[in-house]
Write a protein that binds this ligand. Structure first.
Ligand SMILES: *Cc1c(COP(=O)(O)O)cnc(C)c1O
Length: 396
């Protein structure tokens, strides 16, 4: 690998045009709705949150939904509402964001990891099965990058061993598997509207379920454990007393967030089409490079095209590529350094190198290129030019 100064030439994008990784596409409709919300004066949890919940529930074909302030809150309350707590084990993948594992810990339960597949990067059902014990209560599959996990196998394991399934759909708003939508396979599906996700509200999350009892618990737990939210307490129907029935959390979404979400969701398919087109363009442009491009979506599934991950190893080379891309003015991501290798989890659970070889191999070689509907044609061509330049230099 040449040193970065030797890579040389003019950067593909100058510093003042640095392409920020994961920048969202915010349009006039969102801006107008947020402004209208501010003018209306109801900026807390109110009518816009209710509309967003209904729109999302309909989009996913679920019976119930609850908007929250993050997907992390959704995962936490999903487990809490299912009665998961100390002494219980919950199985998930090391190839995820730390929030998945933190939510398990916040419930007082013990996270147990099962390795993922090298190609799909999704948790392997046979690895899940190896980790099931008498204490196992739930499986949290993460649909990595927007590619659905093998839900047929996971749901069948859950039935066989009487386990809950809580889907981490942070990457998977638009995903489908054999005609069924991600988030509707198990007991509860949890979604994120963080700034880099496929639908954004700044910060935000949503849970969906067909279980009325569970959604009721999640709504109560997400707002201090109170029986009525402010919108129904202070409405023109007159003041209503509330009762606190749990030591709840403060996880509610606000109308300012929902104002964005309503219009982002209305454009979800258009944004998906744009990302799908960028994905194909990258596939063509990188086919001859010495790196591994993402596998095609499996037949009879719909990929959400949330992340475009390229593998170029070993770690020293990948890290060089990250730096070189930054020098070229292109922001990149890493999804992920596997959860078990972070210091807190090593210290707390004794996890170490070698525990999950596939996740580690991915973690050492992966990088994510910009994949946002906000990218212009010129941006996409700049990413391609820069990555080709850097990837070719990296193997010299
Ligand atoms: C982003 C993300 C989360 C957390 O979402 P927040 O809305 O930021 O809490 C959880 N799991 C995965 C896989 C994610 O990518």
């Amino acid at each position: 690998m040449p040193n970065l100064a030797q890579l040389g030439g003019t950067p593909v994008r100058s510093n003042d045009r640095f392409l920020v990784y994961g920048a969202p596409l915010i349009e006039e409709a969102e801006i107008a709705e947020v402004t209208a919300c501010l003018r209306a004066g109801w900026i807390g949890t109110g009518p816009r949150v209710h509309q967003f919940e209904n729109d999302f529930r309909r989009y996913k074909g679920a019976k119930y939904s609850a908007a929250l302030n993050s997907c992390t809150a959704g995962l936490h309350l999903a487990m809490f509402a299912c009665g998961i707590g100390p002494g219980d084990e919950v199985i998930t993948t090391p190839m995820t964001f730390c929030a998945t594992v933190n939510a398990i810990i916040h419930c007082g339960a013990t996270p147990v990891l099962a390795d993922c597949d090298l190609t799909t990067m999704n948790v392997l059902p046979e690895e899940i099965e190896r980790k099931i014990t008498a204490r196992t209560k739930a499986i949290i599959p993460v649909h990595f990058a927007g590619r659905c996990c093998d839900m047929e196998a996971i749901v069948s394991l859950a039935r066989r061993y009487d386990l809950l399934v809580i889907e981490d759909c942070a990457h998977a708003i638009e995903s489908e598997y054999r005609g069924k939508k991600a988030g509707t396979f198990g007991d509860i599906g949890c979604f994120s509207f963080y700034v880099t996700k496929n639908v954004v509200t700044g910060e935000g999350g949503m849970v969906i379920t067909d279980d009325e009892r569970l959604v009721g618990r999640i709504k109560t737990l997400g707002l201090h454990g109170m029986t009525k939210d402010a919108w129904s307490r202070f409405s023109d129907a007159g003041y209503k007393h509330y009762q606190v029935i749990h030591a709840g959390y403060k996880y509610n979404m606000t109308d300012m967030q929902a104002a964005m979400g309503i219009h982002q969701l209305a454009r979800v398919e258009k944004s998906w089409e744009r990302r799908a087109a960028i994905w194909s363009r990258y596939n063509e442009a990188f086919a001859d490079l010495p790196c591994v491009i993402p596998a095609d979506p499996e037949p009879d599934t719909r990929h959400a095209f949330h992340l475009y991950t390229v593998r170029i190893g070993p770690a020293t080379k990948r890290d060089w590529v990250l730096e070189a891309m930054t020098c070229e003015g292109i922001g990149i991501g890493v999804h992920y350094v596997p959860v078990h290798l972070h210091p807190f989890y090593r210290k707390t659970f004794g996890w170490k190198e070698g525990d999950f070889p596939n996740a580690e191999q991915i973690g050492q070689s992966t990088l994510s290129l910009p994949l946002s509907p906000a990218l212009s044609e010129e941006d996409v061509e700049d990413v391609i030019t820069a990555f080709r330049k850097v990837a070719v230099a990296a193997v010299q």
